[in-house]
Every structure is written in structure tokens, then in C-alpha cells.
Design a binder for this molecule. Structure first.
Ligand SMILES: [Fe+2]
Ligand SMILES: [Fe+2]
Length: 200
């Protein structure tokens, strides 16, 4: 893990990278996610600065055109399954992580993993990944019917909030007749299994 001083420098460079690559609208979202992730980390005993770093970088590749995402994924050895080929947008997490590794020399695997996983989620997510996933869904400008419930859950339990957000995302896809990424479905099955164990 980087020392504190390195981390300050990294945070500054991460903010610069996001600013240079994103529209004002999405840069605003990025800052709000970073701030929300930081706040959630503080509340749940995680490292606020590393959560902020993940937030600043999570959407750094969000405005790349699909061909560029696919091209970089190929060049950087990022796995591209049939689902990503159909929906290259989903590669913006893994591509942003790799971009941060290459451009900022970021080597904090937990932060990289959180960035990589924020689009679909994944089974076995660690606390930092959960914090980013939730922050992305509840940042202050998010406004949809169930967001207050998620904000409440996030104050109490990050994993429960993340799993609830996941369930809603899957339902949302189902209602629209859209498929859900296999990693999200696997995570959902994992969440359901552990919920059952808690009941028994
Ligand atoms: Fe994203
Ligand atoms: Fe985002």
C-alpha cells in the first residue's frame, strides 16, 4: 500500500485524470461519488482516502467510445466475454482500473479491484468494492424512488445496501427485458445463499 504522502499525490493526479477525461456533468458525478465513498468508508471503519481514490477513478473510462474500450481491452489483456462484446460500455470499469495502473502507477489492488468491479459487481466483493458500488448508486444527485431506502441501509450495513442495489438493478433489467451480466447474477446467487443461511 502507498504511504500517506504518496496517497495525497495520487489523489491529486486521480482528480486531474478524471477532469481531463470527463464532461463537466460526469466529472461532477465523479466528485460526488468520491465524497460519498469517503463518507461511507469513515462510517464503516475503512480507509477514507483509498475509498476517495476509487471514487475519483471509477468512471475515468466512461466516455470512451465502444470501439476504444474494446481496443484497449484487447491491447491490455482485459478479458472480454460475449456479454462485454455486446455491451462494451461495461468495460469502462476494468479499463479505468488498467488506465489508473498505467497512467498513475496505482498498485493498490483493493482500489483497482473496486474500480474494476463497480459496473457489474462480483461475488466475494471486499469492503472497499462494496463502498464504491453503493456510493455510485446513492451519491447526492441520484434521485429515484428507492434511493432513500438505500441511503438508510448504507448507513447501517454496506453489504446489505450493495445487495439491495444489486437486486434492484437485476429487476430493472428484467422489467426492460434486458439481460444481466453473469458476474452480477453470480453475486446475486451468493447473496441469496448467505441470506438463507442467516434465516436458518
Ligand atoms: Fe461507472
Ligand atoms: Fe459512476
Amino acid at each position: 500500500m502507498a504511504g500517506r504522502k504518496d496517497l495525497d499525490g495520487l489523489l491529486e493526479r486521480a482528480e486531474g485524470l478524471a477532469r481531463e477525461r470527463l464532461s463537466a456533468r460526469r466529472y461532477g458525478h465523479t466528485l460526488r461519488v468520491a465524497q460519498t465513498a469517503e463518507r461511507l468508508a469513515r462510517r464503516h471503519g475503512l480507509d477514507p482516502q483509498r475509498a476517495r481514490l476509487a471514487g475519483l477513478l471509477h468512471d475515468a473510462a466512461r466516455e470512451m467510445p465502444p470501439e476504444r474500450l474494446l481496443g484497449l481491452a484487447r491491447e491490455w489483456g482485459i478479458p472480454v466475454g460475449p456479454f462485454e462484446r455486446e455491451n462494451p460500455k461495461l468495460l469502462h470499469g476494468p479499463v479505468a482500473a488498467e488506465l489508473a495502473r498505467r497512467r498513475l502507477d496505482l498498485s493498490d489492488e483493493e482500489v483497482l479491484r473496486a474500480i474494476r468491479e463497480h459496473t457489474t459487481g462480483s461475488p466475494g466483493m471486499g469492503p472497499l468494492s462494496l463502498a464504491l458500488y453503493v456510493a455510485d448508486k446513492i451519491e447526492p444527485a441520484r434521485d429515484y424512488p428507492s434511493v432513500e431506502r438505500l441511503r438508510e441501509l448504507a448507513r447501517a450495513d454496506l453489504r446489505e445496501a450493495a445487495e439491495e442495489a444489486l437486486r434492484r438493478a437485476v429487476e430493472h433489467n428484467e422489467r426492460r427485458g434486458r439481460p444481466t451480466h453473469p458476474a452480477s447474477l453470480e453475486w446475486l446467487r451468493e447473496a441469496e445463499r448467505s441470506a438463507q443461511r442467516r434465516v436458518q
